[in-house]
Design a binder for this molecule. Structure first.
Ligand code: FAD
Length: 392
């Protein structure tokens, strides 16, 4: 309750402060950032440092990006790490039981204020399209009946708003409860229910760790999980990011960075491990009203299916820009003289994508924000403004 009261007071004052940034027909921004999560804030910081006139449009009611929506039982002890925003130190992910959905949003809110970042919220962008005015090379950003004109765009919309649930035959006949990671109400909700956890990522491991001590669980994944022991090896991390970057550069849809770094059991998951929660089963073939069935005829009754099956990039508002390659992803240009850090859309160099593919973790966010700001600056200094831009 306190959290939302604070947020609304803050929101009111921010709306007043940024009123001059809200659309006026004659104003043309040098850049617009969509999204104020980790990557959007990093991009805004670097744009501000370069004196680039911009605004950040964010769909949420309050600061915090996706972190404000994470489940209440996710403590700072549970998160895998929150990287520093530029010129700032992130809250420690130590043994604290403080809620991540409060600590990280408070950090972002403070960061926005401290650096006077021009965030406007709530603004959910519906679409971005080329300006239809003759001779114009501007982009037009639409949110309901509001529009903004800009010379460049930095997209930082993350994935949280696009949960992915794969289709399995019979899913519509299931009479139990189905939830995705975005809906998790906390472990007590599941007490006394048999829960099937689907997915081979870090979220599935974490849910099993919380659920197995309070209820009966069953785990299925498409591929056998790859377990990592000991601390995260930076070399392996680099290799994982490179792999994702190569996919994106080839125009393929991105894979999750977190998914290719390997899974690890932490002390808080040991109890679940002792209970056998991490004995993984292969994917079932079909869903029936009261459970799931494998190709060999085996049946397991379940009350709840928990789809920890990940997310897809939230980029549908960019569709009018036609950025997608025939292979289904938005292809990014390589960075000259630097193997990593690509953010520029190959099909439209006015558009940067941060938090997409290789930079889709807090670790890559700051570097991506800087790369995006550099690319925006390069565009603004090398591309002459069109007549439309000059007359504004
Ligand atoms: P987000 O934080 O999702 O921010 C996107 C912003 O864009 C939001 O504020 C949203 O309102 C806004 N937005 C979206 N669509 C629109 C629109 N159309 N118009 C306007 N605004 C829009 N990474 C780690 O490094 N460490 C972790 O411990 C970790 N834990 C994770 C746990 C879970 C369950 C998940 C799903 C992911 C986790 N990740 C973690 C990955 C995490 O998603 C990224 O690290 C990071 O939070 C993404 O930041 P972002 O800025 O790209 O996106």
């Amino acid at each position: 309750m306190g959290k939302f009261a604070d947020a609304s007071a803050r929101h009111t004052s921010e709306c007043l402060r940024v009123d001059h940034l809200v659309q006026h027909d004659d104003r043309i921004f040098e850049s617009i950032v969509i999204g104020a999560g980790q990557t959007g804030l990093a991009a805004s910081y670097h744009l501000s440092r370069r004196g680039i006139d911009h605004v950040v449009l964010d769909a949420d009611e309050a600061p915090g990006g996706a972190w404000q929506h994470r489940w209440d039982s996710l403590s700072m002890h549970d998160v895998h790490g929150v990287a520093d925003l530029p010129d700032s130190t992130a809250p420690a992910t130590d043994a604290s039981t403080d809620r991540a959905n409060e600590v990280v949003p408070a950090y972002f809110a403070d960061y926005e204020r401290r650096h006077d970042l021009p965030v406007v919220r709530p603004v959910r962008v519906d679409r971005v399209e080329p300006d239809p005015a003759p001779g114009s090379d501007l982009l037009v950003v639409h949110a309901g009946d509001r529009t903004w004109h800009t010379r460049t765009l930095v997209n930082a919309t993350g994935t949280w708003t696009r949960p992915f649930v794969p289709h399995y035959p019979g899913v519509e006949t299931f009479v139990g409860e189905q939830l995705h990671t975005v809906d998790i109400p906390g472990p007590q909700h599941f007490a006394g229910k048999r829960v099937l956890v689907v997915g081979g990522g870090a979220s599935a491991v974490q849910f099993l760790g919380e659920l197995a001590p309070v209820t009966d669980t069953l785990w299925v994944t498409r591929r056998p999980p790859v377990w990592r022991t000991g601390d995260f090896d930076p070399g392996a991390g680099l290799a994982a990011v490179t792999l994702v970057e190569e996919r994106v550069r080839a125009g393929l849809p991105p894979a999750s960075v977190v998914s290719v770094t390997g899974l690890m059991l932490r002390p808080q998951e040991q109890r679940a491990a002792e209970l056998g929660a991490y004995e993984r089963h292969p994917m079932f073939e079909r869903i029936e009203p009261h459970g799931v069935r494998w190709a060999d005829g085996r049946f397991e009754p379940v009350d709840v299916i928990l789809w920890a099956t990940g997310f897809r990039p939230a980029v549908s508002h960019l569709a009018p820009l036609d950025l997608t390659s025939p292979l289904g992803g938005i292809e990014l240009l390589p960075v000259r003289g630097n193997v990593q850090g690509a953010t520029t859309a190959a099909r439209d160099r006015r558009v940067q994508l941060v938090g997409y593919g290789p930079s889709a973790s807090t670790i890559g966010a700051s570097r991506a924000g800087r790369q995006a700001a550099l690319a925006v600056q390069r565009w603004l200094t090398t591309q002459p403004a069109t007549r439309h831009t000059e007359s504004a």
